[in-house]
Design a protein around this ligand. Structure first.
Ligand SMILES: *Cc1c(COP(=O)(O)O)cnc(C)c1O
Length: 371
């Protein structure tokens, strides 16, 4: 195989791959002058609810706002503790901080998702909620988390920013707890062309509260029923998301195909730990937002792949949330800390050809055969 360039993510591709159709979506919205809280947003919310099986879906400005609004309407605030996996985006913990509560980081397991044992060990009389991150397009062990939540009377609010379409026992990420949140950041599994987010919930009262909170406190009749903010999902972004959601099944299929190619070519390498293969566990349906491996000599591998034109990424800039000193969330989380010396994300997106993926595998195999 000759040399080629395999960028980690191809930002122009998400537009160019459907340029003509997207231009007509944008033109249609513009010609209708439909910018804020218009029919495209309503339709997208309905389609998203239907796709996930949630009773309600509400578009908001971004995935971080989604978390903050969800925590706020759930009544979480000053004096409360919220448990989250430290292997997550800093936004998960920041949302807890910004409602006045204390984020409590816990460990993850070999699939890189929250460890229920670690959750249990972190519970105090002040614990109010568990906020599991449905990381890398995979849902957590929700039965174990629900059992803990039931035992200790805790809420579950899911950070499903990376988990749209991922399932656990046939149920979609984002629909397990009181509320779940999604991000439509451009590089997410379902990305728009800017910022966007959504909140999923089956709770009618919570939905009404969120509906008003995201739009200056106004209810569906336009009456101000309380204090509110402006955290609306742009109608133009909603129109684009509607277009992409219609093709989302293919997106999931292709990501799982790519994961299968990695699995096929890399599974026998002792130096690597791969994510669970698609279809290998009956309880899980993973959508591979990321393909995050653990690798011996990770930094050398990353540099070597860079030289071969292959882009890789270490998630969150190489630190779990509790390792970001300025945030002051000190904890001792053995698996997470070891993992952050070893974790690496390989290219995973629908701009990749089978040959691109095979090229990445070939270069990884060559790296480990050197010594
Ligand atoms: C992307 C992401 C967020 C934040 O979403 P934004 O839309 O960028 O605000 C939160 N949590 C996780 C796990 C994410 O990956």
């Amino acid at each position: 195989m000759g040399s080629r360039s395999v960028p980690f993510f191809n930002y122009p591709h998400v537009f160019v791959a459907h340029e003509e159709e997207l231009m007509s979506v944008i033109q249609d919205v513009g010609r209708r002058g439909a910018y804020i809280l218009q029919r495209d947003l309503e339709e997208f919310e309905q389609n998203l609810a239907q796709f996930t099986g949630a009773k309600h879906a509400l578009g908001v400005a971004n995935g971080t706002d989604a978390l903050i609004l969800a925590l706020r309407v759930a009544g979480i605030g000053s004096g409360d503790e919220v448990i989250f996996a430290s292997h997550t985006y800093v936004a998960t913990a920041a949302s807890v901080h910004f409602v006045g509560a204390t984020p409590v980081p816990v460990d993850c397991r070999t699939d890189h998702l929250i460890d229920p044992e670690s959750v249990k060990a972190a519970i105090t009389p002040r614990t109010k909620a568990i906020m599991p991150t449905q990381l890398n397009g995979r849902a957590c062990d929700m039965d174990s988390l629900q059992a803990i939540a039931d035992e200790y009377n805790l809420l579950i609010i899911e950070d499903a920013a990376q988990g749209l379409g991922a399932q656990y026992k046939g149920k979609c990420a984002g629909t397990f707890g009181l509320a779940g949140t999604i991000s439509f950041y451009p590089a997410k599994v379902l990305g728009c062309f800017g910022d966007g987010g959504a909140i999923l919930t089956n709770d009618d009262t919570l939905y009404e509260d969120l509906y008003a909170l995201r739009d200056h406190g106004r209810n569906s009749k336009g009456d101000v029923v309380g204090w509110g903010l402006n955290s609306r999902l742009d109608n133009l972004q909603a129109a684009i998301l509607n277009f992409k959601l219609q093709r989302y099944d293919q997106e999931m299929v292709r990501r799982r195909e790519i994961a299968s190619i990695y699995q096929e070519h890399l599974a026998d390498l002792q130096a690597l730990l791969l994510p669970p293969a698609p279809g290998s566990e009956p309880d899980h349906f993973d959508v591979f937002q990321n393909y995050e491996i653990e690798a011996e000599c990770r930094d050398e591998l990353k540099a070597d792949l860079r030289e071969q034109g292959i882009g890789t990424l270490i998630q969150w800039g190489g630190k779990a949330v509790h390792q970001i000193d300025v945030l002051g969330l000190s904890a001792s989380l053995p698996y997470t800390e070891k993992m952050f010396t070893r974790c690496l994300m390989l290219p995973m997106n629908t701009s990749l050809s089978d040959q691109d993926v095979e090229y990445v595998c070939e270069k990884i195999r060559r790296f480990y055969s050197k010594d």
